[in-house]
Design a protein around this ligand. Structure first.
Ligand code: SF4
Length: 291
């Protein structure tokens, strides 16, 4: 897929970077960089199953959240350089190792490469392809993936523009995420599961942050009103690993009361989905990128 990386407008940042000469705001240049591949056991149960999800973590990220739990790979130009063919081969290798699915983690800045890799091997993949996203995506870029992704796994992080600006420098995050998730749901249709494993659909994640459970409650209401047939995943696993001195209010785990407020909202609005046990706030859910 031809994309002009000399003036990159792939994601809602629209920073216009010349990625042929250096990295954009996402810290990625025009080379495809893979930071880690693994059989990931700590996604939602229908994604990880019993054998694990075939996760491919890309270097860099277009959102650059101040509290990112994968900061060691997301906030710098890093990872092994892969060709499109090598990315496709890596997917087949994960399938061969028994992965229940291919799980492309935070690849918004590499969508043309991902689309090309999937176009090469999609008929050979007998397992679903999951696109794991920050939710900060452009619908027109997501359209490059139309027909190639079986399951979208987007975050819906904030409804407050102030929080989105403060923690991710993206005050437009709320409306961008709604538009992006709408496109994802349009592509996948309703959620389908067989034998406890996800086959198709969109699972919307919300990581509850300290002092922001009111955002979580409102996000549950919006999901119920706007998106048909989706599942939600309410996550309690926030750990203050990557502390910015600018955000002392985030330097704690969430309380049980904060988590329950969001869960109760999900129930109140009749949403189906997944929750974590409150004691999931542990680094075990964050892959070790130093291995
Ligand atoms: S993908 Fe990266 S370079 Fe392209 S517009 Fe977004 S932040 Fe800028």
């Amino acid at each position: 897929m031809n994309y002009d990386f000399s003036h990159c407008m792939l994601c809602p940042r629209e920073c216009g970077a010349n990625r042929q000469k250096g990295a954009g705001a996402c810290r990625a240049d025009d080379k495809l960089r893979v930071a880690k591949t693994m059989l990931h056991m700590y996604e939602e149960p229908p994604i990880s199953g019993t054998r694990g999800s075939g996760a491919i973590f890309f270097g860099g990220c277009n959102l650059q959240c101040g509290y990112c739990q994968n900061a060691v790979i997301s906030q710098k130009t890093c990872g092994e350089i892969y060709s499109v063919k090598e990315l496709a081969d890596e997917m087949l290798e994960l399938q061969f190792k028994g992965a229940h699915n291919i799980n492309l983690v935070t690849g918004a800045h590499y969508v043309p490469h991902i689309a090309d890799a999937l176009a090469l091997i999609k008929p050979q993949l007998k397992i679903p392809v999951v696109y794991n996203s920050s939710g900060y995506e452009k619908p027109e870029t997501l359209k490059m993936l139309n027909g190639l992704i079986d399951i979208y796994l987007p975050d819906f992080k904030y409804i407050s523009r102030d929080a989105a600006q403060k923690y991710s420098h993206a005050p437009d995050y709320p409306e961008v995420a709604v538009a992006a998730i709408s496109e994802m749901v349009r592509q996948t249709g309703g959620y389908v599961e067989r034998d406890g494993l996800a086959l198709r659909g969109t699972i919307i994640r919300h990581l509850v942050l300290p002092n922001l459970s009111h955002d979580g409650e409102e996000i549950m209401r919006i999901i119920a009103n706007k998106f048909d047939g989706v599942r939600v995943s309410v996550m309690s696993q926030y750990t203050p690993d990557f502390n910015s001195p600018d955000f002392p209010e985030l330097n704690r785990r969430i309380t049980l009361m904060e988590y329950n407020r969001v869960l109760q909202a999900a129930r109140r609005y009749g949403l189906d989905g997944f929750m974590q046990y409150k004691d999931s706030a542990s680094g075990v859910y964050t892959p070790n990128f130093d291995e």
